[in-house]
Ligand binder design. Structure first.
Ligand code: ADP
Ligand code: MG
Length: 708
């Protein structure tokens, strides 16, 4: 498939026109790497560089070195062992000492290749066996003082099994890049206007592309990478900001011009606590946004327990004050019920009708509710995704709040938009999974962001402890002590995949039994809540716990979001290594809601992977959701972060890292903003090449979005 941009470009040439690429190689490159043009290959960057500028002396080599490069003479070699135990050993000497090279496979080939007394360049990872240092399966090439690559920085391209089968190695790719860059170097079009290159002190594009494949020095490599990362982030942000600007002009919003009676009376008479400064600021931001005439699309971030619910409620009151209806959608029935109870209570005495709609609402109730909603008698509707059904019609919906957004996708959000026939309602999306600023800027780059960065006063940080299964007695001790003090305990089991449902339930059942053995009734009351129970049973369990009649709640992650029982002070997470960081943090957020000292115990097996250990250590070290999100992002990469895929902003960064290059991202965004401030539609002649490039990228992204 050939795509030609208006400025016809040599980089669009089909890859088969490159010397060294026949039909077979072309097919592999296309299939494995998605490379079909010169440009595709040129933008296939090395995943690392091997610094061969240094030659080590054997006398200095230790087994700790990550790699060494030697220039040494072959002084002995031979095969030993039989069949599976056969190996080939070579001894090399560089005048400072001797070293062993070992091969376990490809023995015949290596035996033919090596010549006694010849000098070789040897590269590999040293290891110690007994008192001898050796390198297993080193790279080894004849030393040629003129041609050896000593002194260079060698690119390494990743290769897969099928590429190896087609004899395409990292070296092959480097050779192709060499041929390619010689051919196209003079014809590469700059994508950035000269003033940006100058102002940001960037390397030009041809120079950067050359040095990223063939670094002429460490400094030039770094400058090349900087230029290419900047470019990547700049175009990403330029696209996002352009789209946002476009939407601001296009989408008319309801004007909520007044803050009226309901809001003011609630504030003066009903609010059970003074708002934190952060809550006040965020409410001001929302209020200002809803009165502009533009449709609001705002993300409200706030750590668990930061008090987002009341912000949602007061925003909904502004809608009501302006003659509109509002709704809030929660991801689980438990949470919807809880919102309904707490909001009804807070609003009692005010002339506001609040309704609840979930999957288990009875038919008669439901019909009455639909009618009241359509006639505008119901002011605020609280519910689950049952709100999305077509039969749910509003009289005039003005504001939609989506709680714990990471559970919903873009499509669901869009369906709520359509619930107002004349123009879309304002949208407030709330999330307790803090998204690092850099990611928010990208993934939600077209949303406004408000942050509650402060917890209500008097909260004590939750103390987090990591126990292995062998320390279960200590856990039971802590549970007994908390219950003796009148507190309550959650014990949570992981629910991994649908297909493992039965197994997980068995875990839960076994756990429940072992807990009732250690905490026998009637002295102790333990309830179970999980996703497969009927709504009635779930409610019963929840109510037992919420009302304080049950001491222990054994549950799956259904309680992950939103559940609020301030008297619960101990959260036990079983098989904690099976949870992601953000989930662990969410679960921990279920305790520490009252004034008492609270605990979170992470139970794991003794053997942990490095990643799991880092997750446990992070949880123990900090309560700060933003720091946790940063680590999460480092461990998983942005593609896996919940919400990224649903965000509707597909992006694929080849060089830049959202975590490591945060300052550069900021800079690129500012530059992009300045460009759009002076030339919103990118119509100025000196922006032409840039605009064309942006459009080409946009086309590629759409294609990518379509297939992924
Ligand atoms: P989240 O942001 O996790 O949704 P919630 O809105 O559920 O948090 O609030 C957590 C708890 O803190 C609730 O019990 C709520 O009543 C209480 N709360 C909220 N704001 C304040 C405040 N300003 N001062 C004291 N308590 C507050
Ligand atoms: Mg909440």
């Amino acid at each position: 498939m050939q795509r030609r941009s208006p400025l016809s470009n040599i980089l669009d040439t089909e890859i088969t026109y490159l010397n060294g690429v026949g039909p077979q190689r072309a097919a592999v490159l296309q299939k494995v790497l998605g490379i079909s043009t010169f440009g595709d290959l040129l933008y296939l960057f090395p995943y690392k560089y091997i610094n061969r500028t240094q030659v080590h002396r054997i006398a200095d080599v230790t087994e700790d070195a990550p790699y060494v490069q030697l220039v040494a003479k072959l002084v002995g070699m031979g095969a030993t062992g039989q069949g599976r135990n056969s190996r080939f050993t070579a001894i090399v000497d560089d005048g400072t000492g001797r070293m062993e090279l070992v091969w376990f496979g490809g023995i015949r080939w290596i035996a033919q290749k090596l010549k006694p007394n010849a000098t070789y360049v040897i590269y590999g990872k040293p290891a110690r066996y007994g008192d001898r240092l050796s390198i297993t399966h080193p790279e080894i090439d004849p030393y040629n003082p003129e041609k050896s690559e000593i002194g260079g920085i060698i690119p390494a391209y990743s290769t897969s099994e099928s590429m190896k089968n087609a004899h395409i190695s990292s070296k092959t790719i480097a050779q192709l890049q060499r041929t390619l860059i010689e051919k196209v170097h003079k014809h590469i079009n700059e994508t950035l206007p000269p003033y940006i290159i100058e102002q940001e002190r960037l390397m030009t594009l041809p120079e950067a592309l050359f040095n990223v494949h063939f670094p002429q020095s460490q400094v030039l490599l770094e400058r090349a990478l900087y230029r290419l990362k900047f470019e990547e982030l700049f175009f990403l942000q330029l696209g996002i900001l352009r789209r946002r600007n476009g939407r601001n002009v296009q989408t008319q919003g309801h004007v909520f011009g007044t803050v009226g009676d309901m809001f003011n009376r609630f504030y003066a008479e009903k609010l059970p606590f003074p708002l934190t400064d952060a809550q006040k600021r965020v409410i001001r931001e929302i209020r200002a946004d809803m009165r502009t005439g533009r449709q609001m699309n705002r993300l409200l971030q706030g750590d668990v327990g930061s008090g987002k619910t009341v912000v949602a409620l007061m925003s909904m009151l502004i809608a009501v004050d302006n003659g509109f209806q509002a709704c809030i959608m929660a991801p689980t029935e438990i949470l919807a019920n809880q919102h309904y109870e707490s909001m009804s209570k807070m609003l009692s005495g005010l002339p506001i009708n609040v309704g609840l709609l979930t999957g288990s609402s009875r038919k008669a109730e439901r019909n009455a509710l639909h009618r009241a909603l359509e006639q505008g008698e119901l002011h605020i509707l609280i519910g689950t995704h049952a709100l999305l059904e077509d039969v749910v019609q509003f009289h005039n919906l003005g504001l939609v709040v989506i709680d714990e957004q990471q559970r919903f996708g873009v499509a669901q959000r869009a369906r709520l938009w359509d619930k107002n026939a004349t123009s879309p309602p304002h949208v407030l999306v709330m999330t307790a999974t803090p998204i690092p600023r850099t990611l928010a800027m990208t993934v939600y780059g077209d949303l406004e962001v408000s942050v509650i960065d402060q917890l209500p006063p008097g909260r004590k940080p939750v103390r987090t402890i990591h126990y292995t299964d062998a320390m279960r007695e200590r856990l039971f001790g802590l549970m007994r002590q908390q219950i003796a003090e009148g507190r309550q305990v959650y014990v949570v089991y992981p629910l991994i995949r649908e297909s493992e449902k039965m197994e997980n339930l068995k875990d839960l059942q076994d756990g429940y039994e072992s807990i009732t053995r250690a905490f026998p009734p009637p002295h102790y009351v333990t309830v179970v809540v999980h996703g497969q129970m009927s709504a009635d049973d779930k409610d019963f369990g929840m109510n037992q716990f919420a009302s304080g009649r049950a001491h222990i709640m054994v549950a799956t992650t259904v309680i992950e979001v939103g559940v609020n029982v301030p008297n619960a002070t101990l959260m036990v997470i079983e098989s904690a290594e099976r949870f992601g960081l953000s989930q662990l943090h969410q679960l921990r957020g279920r305790v520490g809601r009252g004034a008492d000292e609270s605990y979170c115990v992470l139970m794991t097996s003794t053997k942990l992977s490095a990643d799991s250990r880092r997750r446990m250590d992070t949880m123990v070290a900090t309560n700060d959701g933003f720091r946790i999100a940063e680590v999460d992002l480092q461990l998983r990469g942005p593609g896996d972060i919940e919400g990224t895929l649903q965000s509707g902003t597909p992006f694929d960064l080849r060089l830049a890292s959202i975590t490591a290059d945060a300052p550069l991202m900021q800079r690129a965004r500012q530059t992009a903003q300045t460009v759009l401030d002076t030339d919103p539609l990118l119509q100025l002649p000196h922006h032409a090449a840039m605009a064309t490039h942006l459009n080409t990228l946009a086309i590629k992204r759409t294609d990518f979005g379509g297939i992924s």
